[in-house]
Design a protein around this ligand. Structure first.
Ligand code: URP
Ligand code: ZN
Ligand code: ZN
Length: 457
């Protein structure tokens, strides 16, 4: 058989093993995988000396994000082009409506924006910030008719995105009933609010006070709180952007008691530490996110968690706010700095450079946590997240020997800085296929704008 495309002679990562072989693509799907090779195609990609991975999936992305008095700077076109050149072929974006917005209107708004601009495939976690009768009715309808399979709550951002305990328990019961996973930002809105007020009153207004205003204990307490409620409600929960060992331990204690809890890490917490946010001349603002960057020692806790399975996924929490004109809203008061560190393009290469190349995790774990586990957790498997016959031909031909630096100059996001500027980089997604079409080659987007599809789950 003559395939539309053949990826030849790469080291192929499949659930049945890792071997040198060929992949044959017909239309949008993988049609053949053959150890040893000899497949023929109209287009042939020589993958000799390269790794062949399933397209990577980012479980935690913000693109359209009205937040802290401004809007994140990317649109769906810029963010998803950045994702694709970095090897990410599917994203899960957080829909974050305001406290008075209706869930149905929010879903329609986000979906319309993504539909017109997204170049990679996408789906959504829907944040629940109101839970009155109308909202409940609409949430049920979105699950039933739109393929929504995960909600999001914030135990943070007092008065903007947080939710009461009463509503949290009711929501968890609904999640259990509907078979929906509840993803959660775990801190404590009240504790942070009072600590922030105290620090500002004491004149502690600089970026170096961001981390002390939301310490590890508050995050770990948030995880514990979420887990206790999940235990009562029998809900399936997913803790996003876990920054420290204490928070992971809270989740693992609950798992031992039978709570169905999964833990996510995000790239900034694995690579950067709190000294970045302490940089002088307001430079630290580039590194203000929540939960905050922690002490370097927490990197080890997170990598260990990934290696031993306590942590199941790595996302980005891509939330891009320009240094000039957005982050500087908080130049006199760190609590007003829009929170977020972008890394949608860099994620896979960061994990390779600082995880695989440093011996913290192996290639198989990189594939699992950056792709397969995400697809399984969020009901996209085996359409996504695996090299298997019949799966979408989302494929990354990865050059592990590429060597360079991370730099803003190479970025396709609209952000005006890189949090990883000048840091050494090993590896590059050389050729990226999205549903059978080549969409990125050696750091350049070569696909079609708006060709991404919504994944109803
Ligand atoms: O700092 C962060 N994480 N910004 C984005 C919003 C969120 O909390 O995920
Ligand atoms: Zn968050
Ligand atoms: Zn987030």
């Amino acid at each position: 058989m003559m395939f539309d495309s053949v990826i030849k002679g790469g080291t192929v990562y499949t659930p049945d093993g890792v071997f040198v072989g060929d992949i044959g693509i017909a239309g949008e799907v993988i049609s053949e995988i053959k150890e040893g090779g000899e497949l023929e195609g109209q287009i042939t990609i020589d993958a000799t000396g390269k790794c062949v991975f399933p397209g990577f999936i980012d479980p935690h992305v913000h693109i359209h994000l009205p937040f802290m008095g401004t809007n994140a700077i990317d649109d769906h076109e810029s963010a998803t082009k950045a994702a694709l050149v970095g090897g990410t072929t599917t994203i899960i974006e957080m829909i974050c409506p305001g406290p008075s917005d209706e869930p149905a209107a929010a879903f329609a708004e986000w979906n319309e924006l993504a539909d017109s601009g997204a170049c990679c495939d996408y789906t959504f976690h829907l944040a629940v910030v109101r839970f009155d009768d109308l909202a409940q009715e609409q949430l049920r309808a979105l699950v039933a008719t739109q393929g929504v399979q995960s909600f999001k709550i914030f135990l943070a951002y007092k008065g903007a995105l947080d939710i009461s305990d009463e509503d949290l328990l009711k929501l968890m019961k609904m999640c259990r009933e509907l078979g929906v996973t509840l993803t959660a930002h775990c801190e404590n809105a009240e504790a942070i609010d009072s600590m922030q007020k105290k620090l500002i009153t004491e004149g502690k207004t600089g970026t170096e006070w961001h981390e002390p205003s939301r310490p590890r204990s508050v995050e770990a307490g948030g995880v514990q709180h979420l887990c206790e409620f999940a235990e009562r409600a029998g809900a399936t929960i997913y803790v996003v952007h876990t920054s420290c060992g204490e928070a992971v331990n809270s989740a693992m204690e609950a798992r031992k008691r039978g709570v169905d809890v999964t833990v996510e890490a995000v790239a900034p917490h694995l690579i950067l530490d709190k000294t970045y946010a302490e940089r002088p001349d307001f430079e630290g603002a580039k590194f203000v996110m929540s939960p905050p960057l922690r002490d370097k020692v927490e990197h080890e806790a997170l990598w260990d968690g990934l290696a031993n399975g306590s942590i199941s996924t790595i996302g980005t929490d891509h939330a891009p706010f320009n240094f000039h004109g957005q982050k500087d809203m908080g130049i006199d008061n760190f609590t007003l700095i829009p929170n977020g560190i972008p890394s949608i393009q860099e994620r896979v290469d960061l994990v390779h450079t600082y995880g695989v190349c440093k011996g913290k995790i192996d290639f198989q774990t990189m594939v699992d946590v950056c792709s397969t586990n995400v697809a399984k957790q969020f009901n996209m498997y085996p359409q996504k997240g695996v090299l298997a016959i019949g799966s979408d031909a989302d494929i990354v031909v990865y050059d592990p020997n590429f060597s360079g630096i991370f730099t803003h100059k190479d970025g396709l996001s609209r952000i005006d800085y890189s949090g990883y500027e000048g840091m050494p980089r090993r590896g590059r997604s050389d050729v990226v296929f999205l549903r059978g079409k080549i969409v990125a080659e050696q750091g350049k987007f070569v696909g079609e704008t708006g060709a991404g599809s919504y994944i109803a789950r």
